[in-house]
Design a protein around this ligand. Structure first.
Ligand SMILES: NC(=O)c1ccc[n+]([C@@H]2O[C@H](COP(=O)([O-])OP(=O)(O)OC[C@H]3O[C@@H](n4cnc5c(N)ncnc54)[C@H](O)[C@@H]3O)[C@@H](O)[C@H]2O)c1
Length: 339
């Protein structure tokens, strides 16, 4: 059995990655290290095979706890742990710099001390900034890093500390840069689950600005498969852009969710735009396709249908979150309390 160390495995993508590894890679045992911030939820791991999964609650910024938790004979570290919501980073950036940069450095130090075979940094297309509207430009691996939000800046800085660990200390590293993920168990502050949850409750759907921001959407399991392939087949020191060639306007997504849920478009409420709101993200995934042999398996239509079904069937999961701390956060962002 190979040991792998997954950080942030109680979050949206980390928990999907753990499910995928347990289902598709029977040779791996997982240590899942997660601080259980507001976004971490052990319910996301319900039903998994615990004989190959060990959960340890801990903070990636705690050097001693990281060293104690990381297995001695470790194949790979997969670093998902992060503060991940742009709006929160605009409100206050401190926690983003702490977790996303310092935490990554501490994980790299521990990986070096423990002779971990490979360090996989889960990054984001947002490190590359924004593309012009209606252009035919795409993000490639040689696009400059020019982050525009505190979140993106902290993830770009994390990429630099990963690079430095490789160049200075010879740590074997791979970086993945993915576009917007969607799927089951995504915290309902992000666009798609927020809109589904509000629509199901007949509440208004807050859409930033003119709704014409473009994001490149990928079903979460397709992202997780790409991360596994980057670990297995990626060239050391390389970054891989991951995307499903699926650009969508925010407003079109909101309308199609309302249509699928049988709710009126009159629930849409245009609100003041996010500060520094990036206009368009679009990824050229050719390098991942050719070098990793990766391609997405889920179409946008299939993925959205699966996602809507999951939220429909798991309203308790959503309601437990919406009844908690999230309510005051929602009020501060959109100026209205949840009913
Ligand atoms: N969601 C997306 O669309 C997307 C796209 C590309 C890349 N990413 C990256 O993927 C990763 C996972 O994103 P997500 O959407 O699942 O995020 P998430 O917010 O749902 O989960 C983050 C997880 O990290 C944990 N965590 C936070 N701070 C921690 C700390 N100091 N120590 C240990 N654990 C900590 C949280 O408890 C939570 O379980 C992030 O690194 C993010 O930047 C996300």
């Amino acid at each position: 059995m190979k040991e792998i160390f997954v950080t942030g495995g109680a979050g949206f993508i980390g928990s999907a990655f753990i499910r995928l590894v347990l289902d598709e890679h029977p040779g791996s045992n997982i240590v899942n290290f997660d601080a259980l911030t507001y976004a971490g939820n052990l319910e996301n791991l319900e039903g998994i095979d615990d004989s190959r999964h060990t959960f340890i609650k801990g903070d990636i910024c705690g050097r001693d706890e990281v060293l104690a938790a990381m297995p001695d004979d470790c194949e790979a570290v997969f670093n998902f742990a992060a503060e991940s919501h742009v709006d929160r980073s605009i409100h206050s950036a401190d926690e983003f710099l702490r977790t996303n940069i310092i935490g990554t450095q501490i994980l790299l130090d521990a990986a070096r001390e423990k002779n971990v075979r490979r360090f996989v940094q889960v990054s984001t297309d947002e490190v590359m900034g924004s593309l012009p509207d209606e252009s035919d430009e795409f993000f490639t691996e040689s696009s400059p890093l020019q982050p525009n939000s505190p979140y993106a800046a902290s993830k770009a800085a994390a990429e630099f500390v990963v690079r430095a660990a490789r160049e200075t200390h010879g740590v074997d590293t791979v970086v993945t840069r993915c576009g917007n993920n969607y799927g089951p168990r995504q915290f309902p502050e992000k666009l798609i689950p927020l809109m589904i949850a509000n629509a199901m409750n007949d509440e208004s759907l807050p859409v930033y600005g003119d709704g014409k921001n473009v994001r490149d959407w990928i079903y979460v399991d397709d992202h997780c498969r790409a991360i596994w392939l980057a670990f297995k087949k990626g060239r050391s020191g390389e970054a891989y852009n991951i995307g499903a060639r699926n650009e969508q306007y925010n407003i079109d997504i909101v309308k199609s969710l309302l249509d699928s849920l049988g709710k009126p478009h009159s629930l849409i409420n245009y609100v003041t735009d996010r500060l520094g709101h990036d206009r368009r993200y679009a990824i050229d995934p050719a390098k991942a396709e050719t070098e990793l042999g990766w391609k997405p398996l889920t179409t946008w239509e299939q993925g959205l249908a699966k996602t809507i079904d999951w939220y429909r069937e798991n309203q308790d999961w959503v309601n437990r979150i919406r009844n908690g701390e999230y309510r005051s956060y929602y009020k501060s962002m959109y100026g209205a309390a949840l009913k």
